[in-house]
Design a protein around this ligand. Structure first.
Ligand SMILES: [Zn+2]
Ligand SMILES: [Zn+2]
Length: 389
């Protein structure tokens, strides 16, 4: 079959690779019908995620049709049109039973690396390095999906492919940020980052009853989508002082909930951005926490900060004093897909949640390297490239 293969930093090629096979009774083979590039995939391209190997197939956001199931599969059948959770969950361990699916104890066969880095291993993720399991990704004609009964959900009739594909990763990630940050009716919520995940966090906050939702970014075309499609307010951080503006907007108090949807390759107009760039280039820190810092500084006393952006390791000049002295709640997580995907698919069917506007560039899989170029360099107003194998 054909697949998009990572062959080194900024080296992506579409190649012929072996077809996936059923290896365990709970596996299924899914014929991929849509697969989206995620902002966190850009960190793979840039070489910020260790334990990638030449030949790895990337991609973790996808929908498809089940073409083969193992003997132990009971809830899904051949022919089902499904959205598949980007993180893989066994459904049986302590973490899966408590709906913390991305913390699954049984789906990363290489836990040593994350244990050394973070003290424990989260679950495995499709196409996202050998530290997160070494699973083949979805930018391919077919993919092996372990624990298909746990991690896949039948897409309701009437939900288009271009809408449903984002139920796999972007929509549940955004929803989880708003949910676990504790957004409640009347809150003022600020989201850093107007990519698909940031837009979904904003939409989730609105549906959870937030009174005002403000999204911060520097790209006009993304902020326009926030206003026109999501219905939230926007701030361009290159044109204003974010901290002063947020104080002003909240009567001097600061937002109740701050959601960071940017991750380790953050940009900023502030001087600490240059500091982060230098330290990251010198490998003295792994990530650029510019947006996290700003979210912590902006948040009201007693408020909540949620980190949705992907980070790998250690950062410098972290405002720990602000977390403690302002009484903040600081959380983060990889997406607990199965907890949210069925509800999100229903909302997609009812039209409460629209996502197809993210799919600005739908193209054949053979053109995926070009899609990643557009996405990485934010050319041609690219929000997300979506590949059709
Ligand atoms: Zn993702
Ligand atoms: Zn589990």
């Amino acid at each position: 079959m054909r697949a998009l293969v990572w062959n080194g930093i900024n080296k992506l090629t579409v190649e012929s690779v072996d077809d996936p096979k059923i290896l365990n009774s709970h596996d299924a083979i899914v014929k991929v019908t849509r697969t989206a590039a995620c902002g966190s995939d850009l960190h793979l391209l840039a070489g910020y995620v260790p334990t990638m190997r030449a030949g790895d197939v990337i991609g973790h956001e996808f929908i498809g049709e089940i073409v083969e199931v193992g003997s132990g599969v009971t809830k899904r059948k051949v022919g089902d049109r499904v959205a598949v959770s980007s993180f893989i969950s066994c459904g049986k361990c302590f973490y899966c039973r408590t709906e913390q699916y991305s913390l699954c104890d049984n789906t990363d066969p290489n836990p040593d690396i994350p244990e050394a880095l973070w003290g424990a291993a989260p679950g495995g993720c499709f196409g996202y390095s050998h530290a997160l399991g070494g699973w083949a990704g979805s930018h391919a004609e077919y993919i092996r999906v372990p624990h298909i009964d746990v991690g896949s959900f039948v897409i309701p009739d009437g939900v288009s492919d271009d809408r449903a594909v984002f139920a796999s990763d972007a929509a549940p990630t955004g929803w989880m940020g708003a949910d676990l940050a504790g957004v409640k009716p009347g809150d003022v919520v600020v989201v850093w980052g107007a990519g698909a995940v940031g837009q979904m966090a904003a939409r989730a906050s609105m549906l959870l009853g937030a009174e005002r939702v403000i999204v911060i970014d520097r790209f006009d075309y993304r902020l326009r989508q926030v206003r026109d499609v999501i219905g939230a307010e926007t701030l361009d951080y290159t044109k204003t002082s974010v901290l002063a503006e947020l104080k002003e907007l909240t009567g001097g108090r600061g937002p109740d909930v701050c959601i960071e949807a940017v991750g380790m390759e953050a940009h900023s107009a502030r001087p600490d951005f240059a500091y982060d760039m230098v330290k990251q280039q010198l490998r003295m820190q792994t990530d650029r926490p510019t947006a996290v810092r700003e979210a912590i500084m902006a948040c009201r006393k007693g408020g909540s900060v949620f980190v949705l952006g992907v980070f790998g390791g250690l950062v410098d000049k972290f405002p720990l004093g602000a977390v403690m002295n302002k009484g903040l709640t600081l959380r983060g997580a990889q997406v607990h897909g199965p907890r949210y995907i069925p509800m999100l698919l229903e909302r997609m069917q009812r039209g409460e949640l629209v996502t197809e506007h993210f799919a600005t560039h739908v193209m054949p899989l053979e053109e995926a390297p070009r899609g990643y170029e557009l996405f990485k360099h934010k050319q041609d107003d690219c929000v997300r490239p979506v590949f059709v194998p």
